[in-house]
Design a protein around this ligand. Structure first.
Ligand SMILES: [Zn+2]
Length: 734
């Protein structure tokens, strides 16, 4: 997902890849802590760029990339080059300038560009480049068949397989399971190999005999999907029981062998059979108590070990929890997903109408950019150090992150800390490096660079600059990633209290230092930080942190989503955009038309608050997960007619989406919807049509209107008042 701006990289990496909480650091750890701004950045190494941004240069050098002999940083635009001598910007080591920096200067884009790809030297290629393999492990139990889950998955696969990039290097394999599991040879008629041993799950067939080559066997794959769907439709007495995720991933691990691959595990219920089987343990009386955390711990420690094994073998696990039974025990699957860099999708009550959303999730998984055998390390200037990484990865040694298969949508928070007192006015550098194999099988090193400046907290203007240089969206992303990491150790209530205290500390520190000129009783926010309280109260309404009765499956699925989410993704999820549509013709910029800059104008935004929505209004709400079209019951009939081709409000009930008509207003509305989707290529955005005020419609809309009060949360206005009261009381007592 990206905002519509252009990035032409010079010496710093694009903010689409590397975003700091602030480009200013305070001199010592205690001031930094008191300021409420954690020193951190969010790194999204494969973020998709619009075509208008500068693209990553590839540097091919016979000797490999030039590096510092002391800290091993890669040469970058901040290396100080003085003729034959140069100095490393991270550790200040004096180095000899290599001759090629003079003779082939124009080839060495690493000296001018913030982000570069280097061709990796041969000794970085320790394993053969893997093929891009997807193993779909599909539930065919009675419960799954009753809601058409396996048929939907196979139908989507047939459609998507033709769009998987680089078919010459891509393979697909199909496994089905209930109380036994089967794989299918890439031949017609359908050739099924059944395995019944679920305690020691093993597949004797090597990977080559199980995978469909997408460049030569697409017809066979489509034929097998059709034959399998036909067989499933005619299935009599399917099993009600399911093999455990642990047993299935053990079998998949054997099947994928040394190549590795991405396993997409679809499950409709709790896996109670075989190795690492799961027991029903959901107890509603534990919800929102201190003992709730027991439900967040996997049932077997061996699931962590299995996750680490998968990571070592280049396997990533995605879990599609399509709950037909009420409880899946997502917490027990979570380590397999998180350690291997996978995705966790949860459909709380899966039904036929969810097939569309499932389809879009599958399209994205199969077609987005991926990197294989990924190793990542972040280096920082002397004086600072990396404190922790937060994201879906496997820790390797003290400093490296390893991900089997990294995708375009994943981000990591890199939390830094002071090692010593920083020097006033000095620059401190961050260099993130990723060794990876791309889908074409090339081994590359991608290097990212950014910088922050140290400034004293004594001077008021500097403190103001700390806050004005704060990127509040990145700060919010880091704060919730840090909070998520505490969920296994502390209660949800404690974590929420800590977050509220952090916001309070930030306001108090600012008020006592830079903002002391304010009138008594006046609420003063640091410049650029005014939205932080709104983001805070909105985040508390997310399932991971909510005090309403949220089951452990939903809470853990939300944790998995937030832990890997990008900065723009998290901002939109917590504070949806609400576009005003009913007054399109009155808006200045003519939304839905293309401006002089070649960009399509989007409509005006209104607050995500129920009180601000008019009964005669029409709104498009985008939370990055879905697009909702809300139509008020008193909307003008001429608008209904031009946009939707119906005479009156009641006639909308027959529509499921916006029809394509010849009227100009309809065309502009369709163009707006397309543009919103275009800016979020990584996210599924169906159009959910809510033309009424029925309880079902309101149930879908309410969570989006995050400024409103809920039974367990304050409204934004009331939260601001409570913050102000608490702040005044602290100021009086200080
Ligand atoms: Zn160095």
């Amino acid at each position: 997902m990206y905002s519509e701006y252009q990035v032409q990289e010079e010496r710093l990496s694009s903010p689409r890849w590397l975003r700091l909480t602030s480009h200013s650091a305070l001199l010592d750890a205690s001031s930094q802590r008191e300021s409420g701004i954690p020193l951190a950045c969010v790194w999204q190494p494969l973020a998709e760029l619009p075509e208008t941004d500068s693209q990553v240069p590839l540097i091919i050098s016979k000797k490999g990339p030039v590096r510092c002999s002391r800290c091993f940083a890669y040469a970058n635009p901040f290396f100080i080059i003085n003729d034959r001598q140069m100095t490393c910007n991270l550790c200040n080591q004096a180095l000899q300038t290599p001759a090629e920096f003079f003779s082939e200067r124009e080839l060495h884009k690493e000296l001018t560009s913030g982000t570069c790809d280097f061709k990796a030297p041969d000794d970085y290629c320790t394993k053969p480049a893997p093929l891009n393999v997807f193993l779909l492990c599909i539930d065919v139990s009675a419960g799954a068949l009753a809601v058409g889950l396996p048929q939907s998955v196979l139908t989507s696969l047939k459609v998507c397989a033709a769009h998987i990039p680089h078919p010459e290097r891509s393979r697909v394999a199909i496994m089905t399971y209930a109380d036994t599991f089967s794989v299918y040879r890439p031949v017609l008629p359908l050739y099924e190999v059944v395995s019944r041993d679920t305690d020691e799950p093993f597949l004797c067939d090597p990977m080559e005999t199980l995978t469909f080559a997408l460049d030569t066997q697409m017809d066979v794959l489509v034929g097998c999907c059709d034959a399998l769907i036909e067989r499933l439709n005619a299935a009599s007495k399917p099993s009600n029981e399911l093999i455990s995720p642990g047993a299935l991933i053990t079998a998949a691990k054997e099947a994928l062998g040394l190549n590795g691959g991405r396993v997409l595990l679809f499950a409709s219920g709790l896996g109670t059979l075989g190795l690492l089987s799961l027991k029903q343990r959901d107890e509603t009386k534990l919800y929102n108590t201190d003992r709730e955390r027991e439900l967040f711990v996997p049932q077997h420690d061996a699931l962590y070990e299995l996750g680490r094994d998968c990571s070592g073998l280049g396997i990533t696990v995605d879990y599609y929890g399509c709950a037909v039974q009420a409880y899946l025990d997502v917490a027990s699957v979570y380590p397999l997903v998180s350690i291997t860099g996978g995705d966790l999708h949860l459909f709380s009550r899966y039904a036929g109408q969810d097939a569309e959303k499932l389809h879009f999730a599958l399209v994205r998984t199969l077609t987005r950019q991926q990197a294989f055998q990924v190793q990542m390390r972040v280096r920082v200037s002397s004086g600072l150090t990396v404190d922790s990484y937060i994201g879906h990865y496997h820790r390797k040694g003290a400093t490296d992150m390893e991900v089997s298969i990294l995708d375009a949508d994943k981000s990591f928070a890199i939390c830094l800390k002071h090692e010593e007192r920083l020097k006033e006015g000095a620059s401190y550098y961050i260099q993130a490096a990723m060794l990876y194999t791309n889908i074409q099988g090339e081994r590359l090193i991608r290097v990212f660079n950014t910088v922050l400046r140290a400034s004293s907290q004594v001077c008021k203007s500097h403190l103001a600059s700390l806050y004005s240089l704060t990127d509040v969206q990145t700060l919010h992303n880091v704060l919730f990633k840090q909070s998520i990491m505490k969920l296994l150790d502390e209660s949800v209530k404690t974590i929420r209290d800590q977050w509220h205290s952090a916001v309070m500390a930030c306001l108090l520190y600012y008020r006592q230092t830079a903002g002391s000129g304010a009138r008594a009783g006046q609420m003063v926010f640091p410049e650029g930080m005014g939205i932080l309280p709104l983001l805070t109260i909105a985040t508390m309404k997310q399932a991971a942190f909510s005090l309403s009765r949220v089951g452990p499956d939903l809470r853990m699925a939300c944790v998995a989503k937030l832990k890997g989410l990008s900065v723009t993704g998290s901002f939109l999820l917590c504070y949806p955009r609400v576009y005003s549509l009913h007054d399109l013709e009155l808006q200045e910029q003519q939304p839905g038309s293309v401006g002089a800059d070649g960009l399509l104008h989007l409509p005006n935004l209104v607050p995500a608050a129920g009180t601000k929505l008019l009964k005669a209004g029409v709104y498009l709400v985008d939370n990055g997960q879905a697009l909702y079209l809300i139509i008020g019951p008193e909307v003008a009939e001429s608008f209904l007619n031009q946009c939707f081709g119906v005479a009156q409000f009641e006639d909308l009930a027959v529509l499921s989406t916006v029809p394509e008509l010849e009227s100009e207003l309809n065309q502009r509305l369709l163009a707006i919807i397309e543009e919103v989707r275009r800016r979020s290529p990584g996210l599924y955005q169906p159009l959910i049509f809510l033309p009424d005020s029925s309880p079902t419609a309101l149930q879908q809309v309410r969570p989006l209107l995050v400024e409103d009060a809920t039974p367990s949360e304050l409204s934004y206005a009331d939260y601001l008042m409570s913050l102000n009261r608490a702040l005044l009381s602290k100021l009086e007592n200080s």
